[in-house]
Ligand binder design. Structure first.
Ligand code: AMP
Length: 397
């Protein structure tokens, strides 16, 4: 009987999943995919490691299908697809571990209750992460589940990097910078430690540029500073989130426009960023294809702010040896990478235009004083690596 680990990453209307064979040095991917459109018309697609589609299915009229019902379908499909295998553990991406949980943790009642208390900090992510954990508990109570925190990688940063200039009592209550995208950054640090150990030990900025976007300043594989802070709203311009903003704007909108908290939440999380500035789309590919001057303005602002925040993190690191691009835009968009690199030319960074165009792994030119890499992130694999350490400690890759 073969053994597999399942990784789950649940959002409000989607569940990303991956299944990895264990019992090998590096896990082999058995299948990965996602269910999107939960609440409307759920659509499942799964691929094998070569990208061949294993299943594609839409549940027309499936607007009543819950996360739990769809997980049941997924488990049923997995059992049929991998008949000689058993799932030995399920790892989950959990947005927030608060101050208590830096390391991945085995799910039990006490952990779930503690994580529930953190839902107000990440209202759009944490409740869905926990709902999926509960659903698996109901469907397969015997399966060990491991919560892996997106905040965990940033614990251990210098205290000064975690503090807002607010009264101390608020910091002590937990109103401080936590940072997110930690599983992505941890995967990149892990990958580099295998492929380029000397480079991994240096001062790097990792740019996770996807629909959500942030930068992490890393030294010797550890987070030193990062652009997201108390919530996943801070820092860079994102698909629909505003990034760093003068808090006075929020006071003004409340007092002058009478905006409610719910309205502000919708504004900041769902109507801002690339979508808000362009009025066209939150999707970078659509913006590139558009001739609307507002789309061009949104792209310019995205680049301006990414380079500006990178400058701030270079200060936190006391210099920069390497820049790594990852996630949807970082891995696939040579135009954005080139534009950010051009704004960082003052560091001595020189990009190799041709290597950048073909999404090569190394995209700095010879003579550049900053090494530049493009490395696909793999949060699901990082989750599986954490999960396997709980059930088969000798197996951790
Ligand atoms: P993620 O959240 O990591 O899935 O990234 C989503 C973002 O990546 C969206 O803005 C997409 O437009 C962008 N993206 C994905 N593929 C490409 C591509 N080939 N070129 C430019 N942007 C891309």
């Amino acid at each position: 009987m073969g053994r597999v680990i399942a990784s789950l990453n649940a959002g409000s209307s989607s569940i990303k999943f991956a299944l990895f064979h264990v019992g090998q040095d590096e896990f082999a991917l058995a299948a990965s995919g996602k269910v999107e459109g939960i609440g409307t018309a759920p659509h499942l697609v799964a691929h094998d490691a070569a990208g061949t589609i294993l299943i594609e299915r839409t549940w027309d009229g499936g607007d009543g299908l819950s996360h739990e019902a769809l997980l049941q379908e997924l488990l049923h499909w997995a059992a049929g697809h991998l008949p000689e295998h058993e799932i030995v553990a399920v790892g989950h991406r959990v947005a927030h571990g608060g101050l208590r949980f830096g390391q991945p943790a085995l799910v039990d009642d006490a952990l779930l209750a503690a994580l529930e208390m953190l839902c107000p900090l990440v209202p759009l992510h944490q409740p869905h992460n926990l709902a999926v954990i509960r659903a698996i508990r109901a469907l397969r109570p015997e399966l060990p589940q491991i919560a892996c925190f997106d905040t965990g990688f940033h614990q251990g940063r210098p205290e000064v990097a975690t503090r807002f200039a607010l009264p101390r009592a608020l910091h002590d209550r937990g109103i401080r910078s936590y940072g997110f995208h930690g599983l992505s950054y941890e995967y990149i640090a892990h990958r580099l430690s295998k492929t380029e150990p000397a480079f991994a030990g240096k001062r790097l900025i990792v740019a996770h540029l996807g629909n959500g976007a942030s930068l992490c300043a890393m030294h010797a594989g550890k987070s030193v500073d990062t652009t997201m802070s108390f919530t996943a709203l801070d820092g860079l311009v994102m698909g629909t989130r505003c990034g760093t903003i003068d808090p006075g704007v929020l006071l003004y909108l409340q007092t002058q426009d009478g905006k409610s908290v719910t309205e502000l939440e919708t504004l900041l999380y769902s109507q801002s960023g690339l979508l808000g500035v362009s009025g066209v789309s939150s999707d970078m590919r659509v913006l590139h294809a558009s001739s609307d001057p507002h789309a061009i303005e949104a792209i310019d602002l995205f680049v301006w702010r990414a380079a500006r925040e990178a400058g701030a993190l270079i200060s936190s690191l006391g210099g920069i040896d390497g820049l790594v691009f990852t996630a949807g835009i970082g891995e696939n968009d040579p135009v954005i990478r080139a534009a950010i690199c051009e704004r960082l030319a003052w560091t001595g960074l020189i990009i190799d235009a041709e290597a950048n165009r073909r999404n090569a792994t190394t995209i700095n030119a010879t003579g550049s004083s900053v090494a530049v890499r493009v490395i696909p992130t793999d949060e699901e694999r990082m989750i599986a690596m954490h999960a396997v350490a709980f059930v088969m400690p000798a197996q951790r890759a």
